[in-house]
Design a protein around this ligand. Structure first.
Ligand code: FAD
Length: 362
């Protein structure tokens, strides 16, 4: 049986970021059940570098988003990972929504995102003249990035340090030993075991199930809820040079206009709870989608909207926003085990800060 310092379950952006960081000082293997790394949430999102505006002060989401944003821009610049700090407008389309902008600005400032401010009439006329805007906030530190290139850079870092990213390798179970864990994995139609000192659960949507297998189900209360969102791509001319977001709702940030690095605009995601990890695109509710976009862009031509992709948010609570869960021995009682669950947005922005946080506490 082979032995390794740290085994990480899940090669999404979070597992890869932690592995890259730890690989400088430890032997590391990241396993993923899929054919390639990052096939789930990490490649089915808006690819936005969030500023850290909305999250409750001192929550993990707030702290790790703000720290992660800085680390991410720095990494993109150092390693030539495509990214653009485009900035985003949060738009109120009527007086009622406008009242919420003041609250959002206050929340941003409380979170130390002090560059968020009301857009002047001149700015609105210059950048949002084709949109229905009563008033708007502008967040200059929001941006977009190529998440696949980010993950490739993390894989390269892991491998350069002698670490391994093993795809088509599924975590089955683990047992605690005197010095760590014996982990059973499924690969090439066979079961393998590997012993490791540290075990880290970054399994994304199925993290609560993996947690239950590691701790024994009686210790696990967490349940995974799957909140699917669809994205439509817009073919043709559009008025967006910056990201445009409506006022956020309970489940997410609303159907926003995001640009990709080629300048093409996509709209999404909406919210729909589903029972399984099912990425099928249901085009039947396009009318609702069109209505939501038309609230801020009346000139939208619905015929130019084409189904693009879906992503699923790993929710731990159906009814309210919950924080990232990053648990160590003090919470679950298992030494050298780190459990990450509910890493929804802004997990992409925060990934490098999550890795730093995990390393410091290990
Ligand atoms: C619609 C949507 C939009 C979003 N937009 C943004 C955004 O604009 N900005 C932002 O910062 N964040 C955004 N996010 C959040 C961000 O995408 C996630 O926080 C991040 O990708 C989570 O990464 P992860 O590594 O935790 O999970 P994942 O990418 O899901 O990775 C988990 C991995 O674990 C593997 N796995 C699961 N079970 C096992 C097992 N038993 N054995 C082996 N491997 C296993 C899976 O195959 C998967 O590859 C968005 C999310 C969604 C859904």
């Amino acid at each position: 049986m082979d032995k390794i310092d740290t085994l990480i379950i899940g090669a999404g952006v979070v597992g890869l970021a932690i592995a890259a960081r730890l690989s400088h000082s430890r032997s590391v293997i990241v396993i993923d059940k899929e054919t390639h790394f990052g096939e789930h949430t990490s490649s089915r999102n808006s690819e936005v570098i969030h500023a850290g505006i909305y999250y409750p002060k001192d929550s993990l989401k707030q702290r790790l988003c703000i720290n992660g944003k800085v680390l991410l821009y720095d990494r993109c610049q150092r390693l030539n990972i495509p990214c653009q700090q485009l900035g985003k407008f949060i738009v109120a389309t009527n007086a009622e929504e406008a009242q919420q902008l003041a609250r959002i600005k206050q929340a941003a400032h409380n979170n130390s995102v002090t560059d968020v401010d009301f857009a002047s009439t001149h700015t609105i006329n210059q950048h949002l003249s084709d949109l229905t805007v009563h008033s708007a906030l502008f967040s200059p530190s929001t941006g977009i990035l190529d998440s696949h290139q980010l993950m490739l850079s993390l894989v390269a870092e892991i491998e350069a340090n002698g670490g391994i990213v093993a795809t088509q390798t599924e975590f089955i179970q683990s047992q605690q030993t005197a010095v760590g864990f014996t982990v059973t994995m499924h690969c090439n139609n066979e079961h393998y075991t590997l012993s490791c000192e540290q075990l880290i659960n970054c399994a994304g949507l199925t993290a609560p199930d993996v947690m239950a297998k590691i701790t024994g189900s009686s210790k696990t209360q967490a349940k995974a809820y799957y909140c699917r969102g669809r994205y439509y791509r817009y073919q043709g001319k559009h008025p967006f040079a910056h990201l445009v977001y409506p006022i956020p709702n309970t489940h997410g940030l609303g159907i926003h206009a995001t640009l990709d690095l080629a300048g093409q605009v996509k709209f999404g995601p909406d919210t729909e709870y589903v029972n399984n990890i099912d990425y099928r695109f249901d085009d039947a509710q396009k009318a609702q989608f069109v209505r939501a976009i038309k609230q801020y862009w009346p000139g939208l031509d619905p015929n130019r909207l084409t189904p693009d992709y879906t992503g699923i948010r790993p929710k731990l609570d159906r009814h309210q926003q919950s924080d990232f869960v990053i648990e160590f021995e003090a919470t679950h009682g298992i030494a050298n085990f780190v459990n990450l669950m509910g890493i929804e947005s802004p997990g992409l922005t925060a990934c490098l800060a999550i890795a730093e946080y995990v390393e410091q506490r290990l």
